[in-house]
Write a protein that binds this ligand. Sequence first.
Ligand code: CA
Length: 541
Amino acid sequence: MTNRRDFLKKSAVLAVAAAGVGSASSALAGSQDFKKKTPVQEKKKKPNIVFFLSDQHRRQAMGFWKKEKYRNALNGTSDPVHTPFIDAFAEESVVLTQCISSTPVCSPHRGMMLSGMLPHANGVPWNCRIDREWGLINKLDTLGVVLSRNNYSCGYIGKWHLDKPEPNDPANPGKYIGESDPDWTKPLAHHMDSYTPPEYRQGFDYWYAYGTKDDHADPHYYDTDGKRHEPGVWATTHEVDMAISYLKNDKQQRVEGNPFCLFVSTHPPHSRYIEVRDTDPEMYDQFYSPEKIADAKSLLNRPNLGVDGLPIKMTYSTREPSEKSIAEGKGPSEDVARIYFSSVTGVDRQFGRLLQALKESGQLDNTIVVYSADHGEMLGSHKLMEKSVIYEEALGIPMIIRYPQKLKPSVNDVLMGSMDIMPTLLGLAGLGDKIPAAVDGHDLSGYLAGTADKQDKPTFAPYMLHTEQKGLRTDRYSFVMNREGEGALFDNINDPYQLNNIFNEETEIVKELGKTLGAFLRNSDDLWFQERINKDLIQYT
Ligand code: CA
């Protein structure tokens, strides 16, 4: 087996710099025994954390934005979607209006979210896949590791997607787990699903997860002992069943009496969006079927729908998809909108069920509960589907945090990026002094609680597409350039649908943002800084 992740930060930087496929080799780290925990005194008990992570759930796709108190907080219109449980949850929470996925694609966001570190430092600069040599480095002090060290029980349920697939199927040694799938073709296909052995579980001692799999009606999972489960139930429904069991601790999944951190990472909403079995059929029938909505065009209300945008070199999403990709549910057909929004509503329904269970267990108010996603979904805006682009539909994610002991319900415009999530959670949990020195993100808990000095508020959140694009999201602008020096600048206040790229006109703003970007890349020891890429546009010194 390739010991790909047993290297430290500096060598990870160099490995990525050397073409993004550094295969490091040194002895594999021994797994830590996270189960050795001591019961803690009730009065000193830290809060639990329940982090509900959905997938291609764009920030605009939540029903509460239509309410008077939220309407002006969202830049541009929101989607006509039903999310009654998220809406009620938002009323009791801090709702962030400017949280972004710093690399809007699955694996890098997840790597940053758990490590608080830059993608080139944590080992996951782009999606993990069978033909790429990266995965989350297993010697880092990631969220689960830090919490475990502080007597938390840590559980992970659902999609992980932070490992390079290896031939390590527990039931078939030497085989990839994909080889047990009916649709498996050959080991060198662009396969992304994986089995995560215990030493790579990043402090999560309870495990019920998989790499990634787009057939949401037929999910599979590997439990703590490596046993495969195929429940034959829509993924989110089953994952919440498992999460409720974890909350009840009915199978001694965690140390009773100790605080716990539970991630429920659900793949929907995510392509494929082909047929009703891909979503929650009841929510589809109730709200989005042709009987309920005769013209699916009414679901797609953004003025940038189908409008040409950035040159193809600056987009990594699916543009004007082929008939094949439409057949695979990746095209901007109107039926896709029915499936997408009913997936969001189906996820909302399950999130509501989880909240209800948490409430019934008596633990709700001593729990930091988060609803978020790993990136958004273009859904036809700018003729694009999916993500991997700086447009707000892909970049903007839900970030709703309920923790009544510290947070008053409010709408908050603090700029949060993927790397800020881990230190902010530790800060909220009263573990701000345990944030590892290697963390690149910021603890924003003070801004959420209203106790931090507003003068120190972040002025930007970084945007990175591996070594190909670098940029920033500020309160007003979205700014990005590719290696060839082509750029985009959008004024999100005057142009919320990002129809006018003013990169070539607004040279003073580009210069100012180039200075900020240069300082960030220099401090990050980024490849672009090392090679002074676009040095005429980015002030590195
Ligand atoms: Ca994703």
